[in-house]
Design a protein around this ligand. Structure first.
Ligand code: GLY
Length: 427
C-alpha cells in the first residue's frame, strides 16, 4: 500500500485525474512543470507523462550537469558509505527497477542505453583493506545480499589486467552500470515521443500566489504556470529566486571529475573495478565500446567547475595502480560536474513545505541509480496523490525549517546507524 504523505501545509492532490493521454493543446497550461532536464527531471517527466499528465520541462542545457559527468555505476552495495545505511533499501529498490525501466525506455525511445549487468569487484589495496572488505561481506550477507571474497589469485584470474600486488577483492555481482549519457539521450527521446514539451529556457524565479507555488518565471520574462512544479535542478536547485526560507533544505555542490579513456585491442576490464589506493577511492567503469570511465574525485568547492590538474593526476595515478595497462590508454576527455548533496546526503523526494512544489533533488552520488525509483515515486505522487512506501523515509519533511533533521536534533549519522536496514528492508 502506498503511504499517503501529508506533511503540514503540503497535502498533494493528484495533479489531474489520470486518463486519456492527450498531449495538451500547444501553448496550453500543463498539469506539471519539471524544472531541470537531467536524468532525474526527465525520468520524472517521462513517467508522469505515461501516467496521463501533460508535462513541460524547463532547462537551458538539458543533461549538461552531473548526468553528463557521472560514470553510470548502479552500485547500491559498493557505493555505500558508513553512516548511509538507510539509503541501501532505496538504492536496492531502484536497482531492482532497472531492468524493466530500461526495457520500457528502450522501447519508448528506440535507442539502447548501454545497461551492462557486469557486476563490480572492489579490490583490496593491502591487508587492512581486505579486513574492511570482510566486514562489508559480513554486513551484506546479514542482509541476504550476494557478495563473495576473492583471494589475490582469484582476483588476478578474474581480471588479468589488475595489478599483481593487490591483496584480494570483494565481488558484488549485482552492482552494475549504465551508460549515463545514452540514458539521458534516451530519456530525452522518450519524452519527445510521448509528448512532453521541452523548453530550452532558464528558470529564474518562483511564481507564488498566497502560500503556494503556481509556476516559474523564465529568463526571457515568460511566466509559466501549472498546478504543480517539480524541482529537479540538481546542485543548482537553490538558485531559483523567491522561495520562502526553509522550503528547500540546503543542497550543496560536491565537485567530481571523471576521465574518459579509450583503449585499443582486447578490453582491459569486463566488470567495474574499484578500490581505495593509499586512502584515495577510485573506480574504473568499462563501456561496451572499449572506453573506460575513471572517477571520481570529490571536492567541496562551491560552484567551481574548472577541472583541477591535481585531481586528474590522482585519478590516473590510482587507476594505474589498480590496472597498470591504463597508462597506455588515450585520455579522451576530462569532465567536471557537481553532485547535489542534501544535509544528510540522501535524496529529497516528495512534497515540500509549500503547496504546489515537489522536490526531486539531493541525489548526491546516486542520481543515475536512483532515477527509476525517484521518477516512479514522483509520478505516483502526481497521479495518485500518494508516495510509494519505499520513498517515504526520504521526503523533505525529515528536515525542519532550519534544515536540521526534524527528529529531536539527532545527527544523520546517529540516525543512520540506528536505522541500519534489516533483511526485510532490502527485499
Ligand atoms: N557515484 C559515483 C560518484 O559519485 O563518484
Amino acid at each position: 500500500m502506498p503511504a499517503a504523505i501529508m506533511p503540514p501545509g503540503a497535502a498533494v492532490a493528484p495533479a489531474r485525474a489520470a486518463g486519456a493521454r492527450d498531449r495538451g493543446a500547444p501553448g496550453s497550461r500543463p498539469d506539471v512543470i519539471v524544472a531541470g532536464a537531467g536524468v532525474i527531471g526527465l525520468g520524472v517527466a517521462w513517467r508522469a507523462r505515461l501516467r496521463g499528465l501533460t508535462v513541460t520541462v524547463v532547462d537551458p542545457a538539458p543533461g549538461s550537469g552531473a548526468s553528463w559527468t557521472a560514470a553510470g555505476m548502479l552500485a547500491p552495495l559498493s557505493e555505500l558509505r558508513y553512516g548511509e545505511q538507510p539509503l541501501l533499501a532505496l538504492n536496492m529498490a531502484s536497482a531492482q527497477r532497472y531492468p524493466t525501466f530500461v526495457a520500457e525506455l528502450e522501447r519508448s525511445s528506440g535507442t539502447e542505453v548501454g545497461y551492462l549487468r557486469c557486476g563490480t569487484l572492489v579490490a583490496a589495496w593491502d591487508s587492512a583493506d581486505m579486513a574492511g572488505l570482510r566486514d562489508i561481506h559480513g554486513f551484506a550477507r546479514s542482509l541476504g545480499l550476494r557478495t563473495e571474497l576473492l583471494t589475490r589469485r582469484e582476483l588476478r584470474a578474474r581480471v588479468p589486467a589488475s595489478a599483481s600486488g593487490l591483496a584480494g577483492a570483494l565481488s558484488a555481482p549485482d552492482d552494475h552500470q549504465i551508460d549515463n549519457r545514452l540514458l539521458h539521450g534516451a530519456l530525452l527521446r522518450a519524452c519527445v515521443a510521448e509528448g512532453v514539451t521541452l523548453l530550452p529556457a532558464a528558470a529564474r524565479r518562483w511564481l507564488l500566489r498566497g502560500d503556494r507555488v503556481v509556476g516559474l518565471g523564465l529568463a526571457d520574462g515568460t511566466e509559466l504556470t501549472a498546478p504543480v512544479v517539480v524541482l529537479a535542478c540538481g546542485a543548482w536547485s537553490g538558485q531559483i529566486d523567491g522561495l520562502p526560507p526553509g522550503v528547500l533544505p540546503a543542497v550543496r555542490p560536491v565537485k567530481g571529475q571523471t576521465l574518459r579513456l579509450r583503449t585499443v585491442g582486447p578490453p582491459l576490464l569486463t566488470c567495474v573495478l574499484r578500490g581505495t589506493v593509499r586512502g584515495h577511492p577510485v573506480y574504473l567503469v568499462p563501456r561496451a565500446d572499449g572506453r573506460i570511465v575513471v572517477g571520481a574525485s570529490s571536492e567541496e568547492a562551491g560552484f567551481d567547475l574548472r577541472p583541477r590538474a591535481g585531481a586528474v593526476y590522482e585519478l590516473l595515478r590510482d587507476a594505474q595502480a589498480l590496472v597498470p595497462g591504463v597508462g597506455e590508454a588515450e585520455l579522451e576527455e576530462v569532465s567536471t560536474g557537481l553532485r547535489p548533496a542534501s544535509p544528510d546526503n540522501a535524496p529529497l523526494i516528495g512534497p515540500s513545505r509549500i503547496p504546489g512544489l515537489l522536490l526531486a533533488v539531493g541525489h548526491y552520488r546516486n542520481g543515475v541509480l536512483l532515477t527509476p525509483v525517484t521518477a516512479d515515486a514522483i509520478a505516483g505522487l502526481l497521479a495518485d496523490g500518494a508516495l510509494p512506501d519505499e520513498a517515504a523515509a526520504f521526503t523533505p519533511a525529515r528536515f525542519d525549517h532550519a534544515g536540521n533533521r526534524a527528529t529531536e536534533g539527532r545527527v544523520a549519522d546517529d540516525q543512520a546507524v540506528e536505522n541500519r536496514p534489516t533483511r526485510e528492508d532490502v527485499r
